[in-house]
Design a protein around this ligand. Structure first.
Ligand code: TYD
Length: 200
């Protein structure tokens, strides 16, 4: 089973992922951008204010393709529980925003690029914070963390949830870290028990 963690910068994904790791020591924990050289190329691009947004989309997408081949597909073939901190929805939401005005219907374009070959998540925990809270918590260290941009990314996530409500579990991430971690742990337990805890 592939479960992904998504949310704006500052939503607390990393804290949640660490807590889930303690609970599920046998699961495979991974992330995008990855630690591979493809992921390194992505990080260089994130740090560059003049990076071309189309080039950047394909760097992230290359990192994802390599990640699928090296980590995700083999782990799923071995029947592991895979938990991934950011995955395809990050591309749809973030590059859907960074390509605004560059291509028509950017989010649909980015989804279309992935659709023929990616492995969709079985479930996605969406850590929901207001973009202003995210910006404050993330203290805007990169170009993707600015308020106006994050607001647009947030709208894209909402659109993705509307497209596939059965896949998403919405977690109010403006609460204390303990409460957010507790809600994420409960949601994961219920998913593993085969319960439906989607936003439908
Ligand atoms: P993040 O997971 O927040 O990395 P770190 O914890 O090392 O800061 O991701 C880095 C940034 O990249 C973040 O602002 C979101 C952005 N991003 C995209 O724009 N597209 C993507 O496909 C991914 C995976 C991340």
């Amino acid at each position: 089973m592939l479960v992904t963690l998504e949310g704006l910068d500052g939503s607390g994904k990393t804290t949640v992922q660490e807590a889930l790791r303690d609970r599920h020591p046998d699961a495979v924990f991974t992330r995008e951008p990855t630690r591979s050289w493809y992921g390194e190329a992505v990080r260089r691009s994130i740090a560059a204010d003049d990076a071309d947004p189309i080039a950047e989309l394909f760097l992230y997408t290359a990192d994802h393709a390599a990640h699928l081949a090296s980590t995700i597909r083999p782990a799923l073939a071995a029947d592991a529980l895979v938990l991934c901190d950011r995955y395809t929805d990050s591309r749809y939401a973030y590059q859907g925003a960074s390509l605004d005005g560059v291509v028509k219907r950017p989010m649909e374009y980015v989804r279309g690029v992935h659709q023929p070959w990616t492995r969709p998540p079985d479930a996605t925990l969406y850590l929901d914070v207001d973009p202003r809270v995210g910006v404050e918590r993330a203290s805007a260290t990169n170009k993707f963390e600015r308020a106006g941009f994050l607001a647009q990314v947030g709208e894209n996530y909402e659109q993705l949830i509307e497209y596939e409500p059965e896949r998403f579990v919405r977690i109010d991430a403006e609460r204390s870290p303990e409460d957010v971690i507790g809600a994420a742990e409960d949601a994961l337990e219920r998913l593993l028990d085969g319960e439906d805890c989607s936003v439908r």
